[in-house]
Write a protein that binds this ligand. Structure first.
Ligand code: ATP
Ligand code: MG
Length: 242
């Protein structure tokens, strides 16, 4: 499914965070959104799935403007959309197995056996099969992140939104997560939007890079174009990050 955002606006008490955002992510491609802390990257992702209600604009997932949907239609639509939160947002009182079973029980009619197979498949993908019986409190930050990723991918969504998928992870694990994002895109033709500060991740997964500044994108282009850009604002961003 393609994602298309038209003239999206969001302010909080007079603070303009999104100021007429336009962008398009082709089906099966990966867009990376960069920008400094507090600029509105998480707000943008949340507006796309209406975890935050935008003030105005349009957000097409496939052919449907999600801002036109009622509560029930929105819930239906959200089955197609995976969201990896900046904080891993696992249920603390559930084991890893139960955390991963949750979306499957809620949204599918798979048998217990199929659920168990799906859980194991996803845990193997993120390299944490041995954590299946653990509680979130027994996991490191990086492990929680990977379990969160497994949970958000388990329904094989058509659109996947990643908010800082590698923050707090060591370079080796970050690389594995980047590989996983690429694998998901290839295997399931997922359309992905990745918010990250990590230029290594950005250059390895992005088909296109979008740099957010003062409510709007000041750069759109390929990773190569980004790295070679003459725009001062891009150079400033890169010099702080690299
Ligand atoms: N629910 C909310 N109510 C009021 N203000 C909010 C809310 N959510 C975000 N903001 C404000 O919107 C701005 C953008 O926040 P956002 O979380 O999108 O930043 P970010 O680019 O994701 O930063 P970071 O890289 O640190 O995660 C900030 O000024 C923040 O305080
Ligand atoms: Mg954020």
């Amino acid at each position: 499914m393609k994602v298309k955002v038209e003239n999206l606006n969001k302010s909080f008490n007079g603070l303009i965070v999104l100021d007429g955002i336009n962008f398009e992510v082709e089906e099966g491609s990966t867009a990376v959104v960069l920008g400094r802390s507090g600029i509105g990257k998480s707000v943008l992702l949340k507006c796309i799935v209406r975890l935050i209600e935008p003030d105005s604009g349009k957000v097409f997932i496939g052919d449907v403007n999600v801002l036109d949907l009622n509560e029930q239609q929105l819930n239906e639509m959200r089955k197609n959309i995976g969201f990896l939160f900046q904080s891993s947002a696992l249920y603390d009182s559930m084991t890893v197995r139960e955390n991963l079973a949750f979306p499957l029980k809620r949204h599918t009619d798979l048998s217990e056996k199929e659920i168990e197979e799906n859980i194991k498949e996803m845990l193997a993908l993120v390299g944490l099969l041995e954590a299946i019986d653990k509680m979130p409190s027994e996991l490191s930050g990086g492990m929680k992140k990977r379990i969160g990723l497994a949970r958000s991918l388990i329904l094989k969504p058509k659109v996947m939104l990643y908010d800082e998928p590698t923050t707090g992870l060591d370079p080796v694990t970050s690389k594995e997560i980047s590989k996983l994002i690429l694998d998901m895109q290839k295997q399931f033709k997922m359309t992905s939007i990745v918010v990250t500060h990590d230029m290594v991740v950005a250059s390895s997964v992005a088909d296109n890079i979008f740099l957010l500044e003062n409510g709007n994108f000041v750069f759109k282009g390929t990773p190569e174009e980004f790295m070679q850009s003459d725009l001062q604002i891009v150079k400033n961003f890169l010099s702080q990050k690299l």
